[in-house]
Ligand binder design. Structure first.
Ligand SMILES: [Mg+2]
Length: 402
């Protein structure tokens, strides 16, 4: 048997622990309790950061990042207000947090239990089917597992520790690579949809001059931590920088020289550099100038998602990768080509909802990449109401007996 076939056979055997379930959406368990990067709840019964930052004890309406303490202050405030809005008199005193990254989700969780003075437990999932199943515990409350079905073991542990998992419990669920596109199982499709959005944006801004191979080269180079001072690990910044490099207005060598000599160490400097190059090079196209102006003015007001055009395109591409496969597709085909709902997360969330817990999807995904634009794509559903297949292990029976 050729090696590739053997590999595929092993892969298929590993996937045999998973089943496909029908189509569903995140709103089945979270309703409209969804909050994206701008910290403006979709359910308008609870106001957002812009209106309530003072009440949240934040200094300004500047949007904090997920690992900041200010983010936790806002999140705790939301949880308490949602509890009121859903008419539950029992105050929240327990927090469950489901995510896929220790740095972002783990930090947000730790900050939240500290700010809220709550009892809490966090589950970080990143599937590695090539490894033996393991679960390790960090800081006594963060469980890191290499299997998503390990959510059941986690719940068993919490029950032993006498977590109530009831109306007093808030459950925060990360979206990207947790509820959708499980990390290590289905997350590559999320990345592919984002890239498709980037390429479409570049096609529309740069037209025939867009060099995709060059873009990939620049992107892979600059997406590394040694450039984080310049890119702030922000995908909008990175896409904009690679777009500028693609026009040849500034070369990668020039940029690397500036970074190495420490004369370029933040994104605003880069924008000013582009500004001056554009002045001496009036041939830059209108579409490019428009993007440049839009990014420039968004960065000035502290907007962490300045490349709106790219993010709106990402939203369209993301929805094109949801529920796009026929119902008779195999598990392997679904995981390869569609952004699916993580079945274990879905079943756990439905079970917790049935026990009266508050369920909130909290994500630092940009709003523009998650909701339709009223003029550009009004016909599309918001991400949390888009139907797509559920794929994973069936843990319902085990949850009932936990
Ligand atoms: Mg995530």
């Amino acid at each position: 048997m050729p090696l590739a076939t053997v590999g595929a056979a092993i892969e298929n055997e590993k996937l045999s622990m998973y089943e496909k379930f029908g189509r569903a959406c995140l709103a089945d368990f979270c309703d409209d309790w969804v909050i994206y990067r701008n910290l403006e709840p979709l359910d308008k019964r609870v106001p957002g950061l812009k209106q309530a930052f003072y009440d949240m004890e934040l200094r300004s309406e500047q949007i904090p990042r997920k690992q900041d303490r200010d983010y936790a202050k806002a999140a705790v405030w939301f949880v308490n207000r949602i509890q009121q809005a859903r008419g539950v008199s029992t105050p929240v005193n327990e927090l469950l947090f489901l995510g896929d990254t220790l740095f972002n989700d783990g930090q947000a969780f730790s900050n939240m239990v500290s700010v809220g003075r709550w009892r809490g437990a966090c589950f970080i999932g990143a599937e590695r089917l090539d490894q033996e199943p393991t679960m390790r515990i960090e800081q006594e409350t963060i469980y890191i597992a290499n299997r998503w079905p390990a959510l059941v073991d986690w719940i068993r542990m919490l029950k032993q520790q006498e977590f109530q998992l009831s109306a007093n419990t808030a459950v925060i669920i990360d979206i990207d690579k947790t509820a959708l596109g499980a990390k290590g199982r289905n997350d590559k499709v999320i990345d592919r949809a984002r890239l498709a959005g980037i390429y479409r944006t570049m096609d529309s801004v740069l037209g025939d001059d867009f060099d995709k191979a060059l873009f990939e080269k620049h992107y892979n180079e600059l997406n590394r931590s040694r450039y984080h001072l310049l890119t702030a690990d922000n995908q909008d910044y990175l896409a904009y920088i690679c777009m500028v490099l693609n026009t040849g207005m500034i070369s990668l060598d020039e940029l690397i020289n500036e970074v190495d000599s420490k004369s370029l160490d933040n994104f605003e400097q880069f924008i000013r550099w582009v500004n001056s190059r554009m002045m001496i090079n009036p041939s830059a196209g209108i579409a490019l100038r428009e993007v440049h102006e839009a990014v420039n003015s968004s960065v000035r007001i502290g907007d962490p998602t300045p490349f709106k055009r790219f993010r709106r395109q990402e939203f369209v591409s993301t929805l094109e990768h949801m529920g796009n496969m026929p119902d008779n597709s195999s598990v392997a085909e679904l995981l390869e080509n569609e952004i699916t709902i993580t079945e274990e997360v879905y079943q756990l969330a439905m079970w917790l909802k049935g026990r009266g817990c508050q369920i909130l999807c909290l994500s630092d995904k940009p709003d523009e990449a998650s909701r339709p634009h009223p003029r550009i794509s009004p016909e599309l559903p918001p991400l949390h109401r888009a139907l797509t297949h559920r794929v994973g292990a069936d843990i319902r029976e085990e949850l009932r007996n936990a």
